[in-house]
Design a protein around this ligand. Structure first.
Ligand code: PAF
Length: 289
């Protein structure tokens, strides 16, 4: 696996591979890799000839009171996992390679970026959109792969790729879950044993809303109430939002006709967890642009 650490190296790697006739897949991450990331890599490997994974804990997407400093950084373990999985290249830049001196540009996707998670984390999606634009522009991959666990992020990145006419096709990859349903996340390692058990209620709550939907309940308010009840029964009281939205625009909808998604963000102990479930399909099929 090649390890690239600056803008020139990643650009040269991509140019060389394109010249050699290879299609390129790109998997941007913040490291602390888990089975969800490996699924992104596997999907890229099945759809493209050469995959590059990036690991960059992006400071601009963390608020001042958030977990940037304690975000898990386990680069040797990550490299090992990527080598084992047959990844072709790792882009592992330092902060100065992404945000050089005098950097002052930012990308905002509004109003999408200030709704839902954006309300709780002001500036978060501006940080995400900015770094993803830089990365997509450096790699210019044929396809870039993002987890659908971060559903709002996925919709925002699709929007920006379309609006800015970026070359990469943005592909959403279904969420990988623990056996009890908890969505894989690098932040799950913050949970105490007791909180880890309670966190399983997040998936149970969304699944209950989905069952009610499948059984004929189409009213957003009712579906949200069903999910909320299961969260509170599991003593998850700090519910930042639980909301049924259009799966394509993320705008609020009163009734789910064709394309709904139920999304939630909760605090379990001090850990903020998010999850979602599509309401229109039997499973989370992977939407792509
Ligand atoms: O989902 C993530 O890990 C990050 O938000 C991303 C897309 C790598 C941007 O920093």
């Amino acid at each position: 696996m090649e390890i690239l650490t600056n803008r020139d190296e990643i650009r040269a790697w991509a140019v060389e591979n394109r010249k050699a006739g290879h299609s390129i897949g790109f998997v941007p991450t913040m490291g602390a890799l888990h089975a969800g990331h490996l699924e992104l890599l596997r999907t890229s490997q099945t759809q493209t000839d050469r995959t590059v994974v990036s690991i960059f804990v992006n400071p601009s997407q963390f608020g001042p009171a958030e977990d940037f400093n304690r975000y898990p950084r386990v680069i040797e373990q990550d490299k090992h996992m990527l080598r084992q999985a047959g990844c072709h290249a790792l882009f592992y830049p330092g902060v100065a390679a992404i945000y050089p001196q005098h950097f002052q540009t930012s990308v905002t996707v509004e109003p999408l970026g200030s709704d839902l998670c954006g309300r709780e984390r002001p500036g978060h999606f501006q940080g995400v959109a900015t770094v993803v634009t830089i990365l997509l522009n450096l790699v210019r991959a044929d396809q870039a792969f993002f987890g659908l666990k971060d559903y709002q992020q996925f919709v925002i990145i699709q929007r920006l790729a379309q609006d800015l006419n970026l070359e990469s096709k943005i592909v959403g990859v279904p969420t990988i879950r623990e056996p009890d349903g908890l969505a894989m996340s690098s932040r799950n390692r913050y949970l105490s044993q007791e909180d880890r058990q309670r966190a399983a209620a997040i998936h149970a709550a969304l699944a209950a809303a989905k069952s009610a939907f499948t059984a004929g309940e189409k009213r957003s308010g009712r579906l949200e109430a069903i999910a909320r009840r299961i969260l509170t029964e599991a003593s998850i009281h700090r519910i930042q939002y639980i909301s049924v939205r259009s799966a394509t625009t993320l705008l609020p909808i009163n009734t789910v006709h064709t394309d709904g998604v139920i999304l939630t963000a909760v605090k379990v102990g001090e850990t903020r967890l998010i999850d979602n479930m599509l309401l229109n399909l039997p499973d989370q099929a992977s939407p792509s642009s």
